[in-house]
Design a protein around this ligand. Sequence first.
Ligand code: GDP
Ligand code: MG
Length: 441
Amino acid sequence: SLSDRLGDVFKRFRGQGRLDESNIQEGLREVRLALLEADVNFKVVKEFIDRIRERCLGVEVMKSLTPGQQVVKIVHDEMVELLGGQSTDLVFAKGAPTVFMMVGLQGSGKTTTTGKLANLLRKQGKKPFMVPADVYRPAAIEQLHTLARQLNVPSFNSSADQNPVDIARAALAQAVEQGFDVVLLDTAGRLHIDEPLMQELANIKAAVSPQEILFVADAMTGQEAVNISQSFNERLDISGVVLTKMDGDARGGAALSIKRVLGKPVKLVGMGEKLSDLEVFHPDRAAGRILGMGDVLSLIEKAQEAMDEQDAMAMGEKMMRAEFDFEDFRKQMRQLKKIGSLDGLMKLIPGMGDLRKKLGEMAPPDKELVKVEAMINSMTVQERRQPKLLQDPSRQRRVARGSGRTEQEVAALLTNFFGMQQMMQQMMGGGKKGKKGGMPQ
Ligand code: GDP
Ligand code: MG
């Protein structure tokens, strides 16, 4: 994958004490090949490499970094820029209901994304209204209603013999009447771009003036997705892109090309088939993952605010080697109060994407951390260093008494801790790291 290849290049860079024109040249050639192989747009690759070369040659070595690290940092920074710099917020109307319109080819994930967005918006306290405007496939209307029922979100009762433009207008009127905030229009797609469809979408746009026209693209289709997005953009002046199926083996080309080619940002990414699998796109995190560093860079940045860099690196490494014990666990929890949430921290560790999903129920929610810390405080130093000692029930009883928690709570903490340790060992030890795809896990 792209991460694997870039990881190899960087490993070599890191090993070099000094950088000169020839080893920069050679390294960048490899970066270039890796990007092309990942199906990144040819012109984008050229610009990208040229900019990096320029910056590498003019580099003023920071005393805290080796030249190799410096190159990695430059590539990372440029990649963040390429991906759009900052994450881009969705635009909402003031006063009147907001309209988001999903467009894209058939099978790209429009209907699923409509459901995911409804779910996301509702979590933000908004009142979404789901509107099926794909009248060509009767199953498509039913598919959206089913998602709406699952989410318990209201949906517009479109009928297949209605014109999509009329549906959009009527749905917007109903939203105004019933006080819904965001109208989510799920439009029809075709297998290929065709003029009647484009005209229809342009008519819908003219009728309801959406705040967002989101081009939904299957990330697995790489450069093809970029080309198609260009056609949609020329006709509809889209506001942003949703890249779906980023959980799959996408090679990364689409994500890396779209912003530069279209001048439009990737706003959201679909990470699975479930309705909760939609995330705001963060260029810096995505770049870190593409570079095969998980989000180690942002871990370091964030952690720096709370502790010194060496501590942060050591902690990250320990977590990666799955060697951490209750001492580390407690130290982390104290840092967490400064860094953010446990979930936030987990996101930053390479290879944690999969693990984090499994950990969903296991990892204590932040408000539980206080209780957890109390239990850890009641352990002896020896127990913290060798958590296995705590398998002894009499020790568990003592910890429970000492912390004012129940024995069940102590037992649950241990189960979670050992489970987590075991999974980390499997993840990190099983040689699975970085095998799957190059993009955000
Ligand atoms: P539409 O024709 O554009 O409306 O596409 P659908 O929403 O019906 O999605 C087509 C297929 O892609 C369905 O099987 C979805 O479950 C699947 N799909 C959509 N988004 C994602 C995603 O982010 N990850 C994965 N793995 N599958 C997705
Ligand atoms: Mg659909």
